[in-house]
Ligand binder design. Structure first.
Ligand code: HPA
Ligand code: ZN
Length: 336
């Protein structure tokens, strides 16, 4: 993705990015090289394996693209290097703060423990020169309750020591949010803040459940418009939505992008944010997401500033970091 020089924004915040969804072909080659793994394809064929086209059917097809990145991310060296490379790529694209997420349980196929995986990613991120936060994902699925609990316990132990929050990712249409009541009751007790992917492949009820569980942010939340009372509640409570325009387009979170509700949510005072989700799979980057919102929906420079201030506010970070971010986005804003 080419970066065109823009006057504003020239600094970005990305709060929703999956490590395994950020493995571009150059990163895949580096990871394969360092492990002596032969990639199944090269050139355009490799790009195709790592990304979806405009003909992507739904979130389930989208999630199939994670197969190759996950194969390449089963050692501490690979996880460490990937975290570093992804963060550095973001720096080159103008990102000043990124919350990167991954599901440690998906990286234990070759003998790593979840703890090994978390340690490796923390070390990789600490080598990068941008500020980062780490979110650990529990996964939607059946028969993985123990693994999700282990992830939650690790987050509690590492909170403030490399980990910022928890998440629930995976196939929302197949494994509804209500199935995870027990997990989130435990997480809520532990005091670790969390976001939940909801209102993406499932409807408003999924978001209501996430809020009932105690989520302080919502991943996507595109479909809350199905329930106008929920829209008002989210605006009133100041719950940030981590929206990811090109991901939402490709997974068909809305059937037709002309009905994408971002501008309506912004207008009714919801703290919407713009993020990439899985930049390699969507062939995008954060600047491209802002450009897309500007050209397709007329998002103005002032609105883009507001969205970035929303991100600063929504970050799973301490007040000093938030204040610094706001100053970067809107100099003088902290004095007002
Ligand atoms: N939704 C759920 N799980 C995911 C996604 C998503 O958009 N991206 C990566 N894992
Ligand atoms: Zn996501």
């Amino acid at each position: 993705m080419e970066r065109t020089d823009r006057i504003f924004p020239d600094k970005y915040i990305d709060l929703h990015l999956h490590l395994d969804g950020a493995v571009t072909s150059d990163i895949a080659k580096r990871l394969a090289d360092m492990q002596g793994i032969a990639l199944p394809a090269d050139g355009e064929a490799l790009e195709k394996l790592l990304s979806v086209g405009d003909d992507c059917k739904d979130l389930n097809e989208f999630l199939d693209c994670f197969e190759l990145p996950l194969k390449l991310l089963q050692t501490t060296e690979a996880l460490n290097e990937c975290a570093y490379l992804v963060a550095e790529k973001m720096r080159e694209q103008g990102v000043i703060y990124a919350e990167i997420r991954f599901a440690p349980q998906l990286h234990c196929e070759k003998g790593l423990t979840q703890r090994n995986a978390v340690d490796a990613v923390i070390r990789g991120l600490s080598r990068s020169t941008i500020k980062t936060g780490l979110i650990l994902c529990c996964m939607r699925g059946e028969g993985i309750e123990e693994k999700n609990l282990e992830t939650a316990e690790l987050a509690e132990e590492y909170l403030g020591k490399g980990v910022n929050a928890l998440d629930l990712a995976g196939a929302e249409g197949l494994f509804p949010t209500e199935n995870f009541a027990e997990l989130f009751a435990k997480i809520r007790k532990s005091g670790v803040p969390f976001t939940i992917h909801a209102g993406e492949a499932d409807g408003a009820e999924s978001v209501r459940k996430a809020l009932e569980f105690g989520a302080s942010r919502i991943g996507h939340g595109v479909r809350i418009k199905e329930d106008p009372e929920l829209v008002s509640l989210i605006a009133k409570r100041g719950i940030p939505l981590e929206m990811c325009p090109n991901s939402n387009r490709l997974t068909r979170a809305v059937e037709d992008m002309k009905d994408y509700p971002f501008m309506d949510y912004l207008a009714c005072g919801i703290k919407v944010t713009i993020n990439t989700d899985d930049p390699a799979i969507e062939s995008t980057d954060i600047a491209e997401e802002f450009r897309y919102m500007e050209s397709r929906f007329g998002l103005t420079a002032e609105q883009q500033r507001q969205v970035l201030l929303n991100s600063a506010d929504a970050a799973f970070a301490d007040d000093d970091v938030k204040k610094w971010l706001k100053e970067q986005i809107a100099p003088g804003v902290n004095e007002k």
